[in-house]
Design a binder for this molecule. Structure first.
Ligand code: NAD
Length: 552
């Protein structure tokens, strides 16, 4: 039985033992599609997160996808082109059930303006990373990544945790909403600015944000008290970051850590320029795009100048993957890239071993299934500090949204081992239903994005998109259930290509084989990608785990 969804009553949370489709594989993908809408930001418009990241092209496409998933056989493959189903072809039971290509525009045309025009004509939609591939699990999806970043900063600069430290950030949307909780888990006093009061309230309702301050003075007083008492605290403030950041700087206050997760990548549908209300911005989105883009860019210039100012005064400042430096540089801030990107600054050694944001969703809808897998993780990896620390924290702090799910940064071999054990628990009936395994597209072999994932690679291979394409082909040959190739839309047009994968553990022998091949090969390619770029950690991993790397 689906569960009621107080946040979006028309989008109940899927669950229960009854199948509508002909098998659990099809039913699983249907539930994941329902889930991304149930936890999405604006499901009435099919928007899941990141301003424009959609689950399907439009409602007729959505209805056709649902009908096809319900009616299709296991030896067929559904083909989806930018959120629209275009074919159901006979393949075989070991082939993917769904393949997708979302928002891939050829090089010279891959620009925001072309994307908006194609979108207006109804020819394309952007799937974000996990929205169009039905893998989004609410703000939890990025929370461990944000937490790990904060902890790397804490280890390098602040003696191991962020207690007694002030973190300033902005953006409380679908992904940015993870920041207050990640900051609190790292011990910080974190201030999160968002222009939209509704977003701040939402994060407070789901338990990710503690307080909402009535104004900047009150917010700073709350942060100051928490810093003095070394008390972890998250405070939201409704305001425009392009005004609030410079105002804090002008008061001579220097936070310890500064970042931003507004939708700065999209100057039309994402970022809100200062001096404009959200309603004014909405009315300009259709017929005042040029004016809106100029105003957004001008505000981002002020926003990034304040970040650079904080950096000069000693704060740890980083770009958290929203293209804010790129937009500022195009607006004339020549030194915007003095701010480092989080991947290169903090996480690359993990990616070089293909350790990245793996996740699983309990299709039964039962939280107890996730709790059992949490126990299993602790049993299987007792000596892995990243995993054990994370699972204990996640259990304590992270409320579930939609289908119960867990993210954990696991690497090569670990993902496969966990998934196969879970498949046994499904088979034995110890879990109440099948489990879907997936990962963020921001993963070792899965993404080329020269201003985020692959910035300043050791060998200069930043812009080469062969890796995610190879990954997708490899995953189709490795029996994954869903395989997708995404490229950037809106402000990300021309900036990225990524690959996503989902495999369903339904307790069968066939699922065991699928999990083994798909998950092992996915991380193998990730390690090989970094070895190819010259990272020592990858060569160690290849030697230790016998990964099939061909040396030239
Ligand atoms: P979202 O569109 O759901 O939320 C963006 C938020 O920013 C909204 O709440 C909006 O009100 C707020 N905002 C816009 N302009 C503002 C301004 N000037 N001042 C204050 N608030 C403002 O987007 P999201 O899903 O939260 O993603 C945010 C950004 O992070 C996107 O660019 C996304 O692509 C990027 N992202 C990065 C990672 C990563 O791995 N680091 C992961 C996911 C998303």
């Amino acid at each position: 039985m689906p569960k009621p969804n107080p946040r979006h009553p028309n989008f109940p949370i899927p669950g229960g033992p009854e199948l509508r489709a002909k098998g659990w594989r099809q039913e699983a993908l249907l539930r994941l599609l329902e889930n991304v809408l149930s936890v999405g930001e604006d499901p009435d418009n099919l928007v899941v997160y990141a301003a424009l990241g959609k689950a399907a092209r439009n409602w007729p496409s959505h209805r056709a996808i649902v009908k096809t998933l319900i009616e299709m056989d296991e030896d067929q493959t559904l083909i989806i082109q930018s959120g629209k189903p275009v074919g159901l072809l006979k393949t075989h039971a070991k082939a993917p059930l769904v393949i997708m290509a979302n928002c891939n525009i050829v090089g010279q045309w891959a620009k925001a303006e072309v994307f908006y025009e194609l979108q207006r004509k109804g020819l394309i939609c952007w799937g974000g990373l996990t929205a169009g591939a039905w893998q989004y699990i609410g703000s939890q999806g990025v929370i461990q990544g944000t937490y790990e970043i904060f902890m790397r900063i804490a280890e390098r600069r602040f003696g191991g945790d962020l207690s007694g430290r002030f973190v300033l950030t902005a953006g409380l949307g679908g992904m940015g909403g993870a920041q207050p909780l990640a900051g609190r888990m790292a011990g910080a006093a974190i201030l999160c600015v968002d222009i939209d009061p509704e977003r701040a309230r939402k994060r407070q309702q789901v338990g990710y944000l503690q307080e909402i301050a009535p104004d900047l003075d009150a917010a700073l007083a709350m942060i100051d008290a928490a810093v003095k008492e070394k008390r972890a605290l998250s405070v939201g403030l409704v305001g425009n970051a392009a005004e609030i950041y410079p105002e804090i700087a002008s008061r001579g206050i220097v936070p310890d850590v500064v970042t931003d997760q507004t939708s700065a990548h999209d100057l039309v549908y994402g970022y809100v320029p200062k001096g404009m209300s959200i309603e004014q911005v909405r009315s300009l989105r259709e017929d005042g795009q040029g004016q809106l883009m100029a105003a957004s860019r001008a505000s981002i210039v002020d926003h990034v100048k304040a970040m650079l100012d904080f950096q000069k005064k000693g704060a740890e400042v980083f770009d958290n993957g929203n293209l804010i430096r790129t937009q500022a540089r195009e607006g004339g801030v020549a030194n915007a890239f003095d701010i480092p990107i989080f991947t290169e600054a903090y996480l690359r050694p993990l990616f070089a071993r293909a350790i990245g944001p793996f996740r699983w969703m309990a299709l039964s809808g039962e939280e107890s299934d996730i709790a059992r897998i949490d126990d299993l993780l602790l049993e299987m990896f007792p000596d892995n500090r990243i995993i054990t620390n994370w699972v204990r924290l996640a259990r304590k702090h992270i409320p579930f949204e939609g289908l119960p799910a867990r993210i954990a940064w696991l690497g090569h071999g670990e993902r496969t081992a966990l998934a196969r054990r879970v498949n046994q628990l499904v088979a034995s009936g110890e879990l109440k239903g099948p489990i879907a395994f997936s990962r963020d597209h921001l993963d070792a072999g899965a993404m080329a994005h020269p201003n985020i994932m692959t910035e300043r690679m050791k060998d200069g291979s930043d812009a080469i998109a062969d890796w995610p394409l190879l990954d997708a082909m490899l995953l189709c040959s490795s029996m994954a259930d869903l395989v997708v190739v995404h490229s950037g839309g809106g402000g990300y047009a021309g900036y990225m290509t990524s690959c996503g994968v989902t495999v369903v553990a339904d307790g069968t022998k066939a699922a065991d084989e699928r999990l083994d091949h798909a998950l092992t090969n996915d991380t193998s390619l990730g390690v090989i990608r970094y070895a190819d770029a010259g990272y020592d950690e990858s060569f160690e991993e290849i030697a230790a785990k016998g990964i099939g790397h061909v040396k030239v």
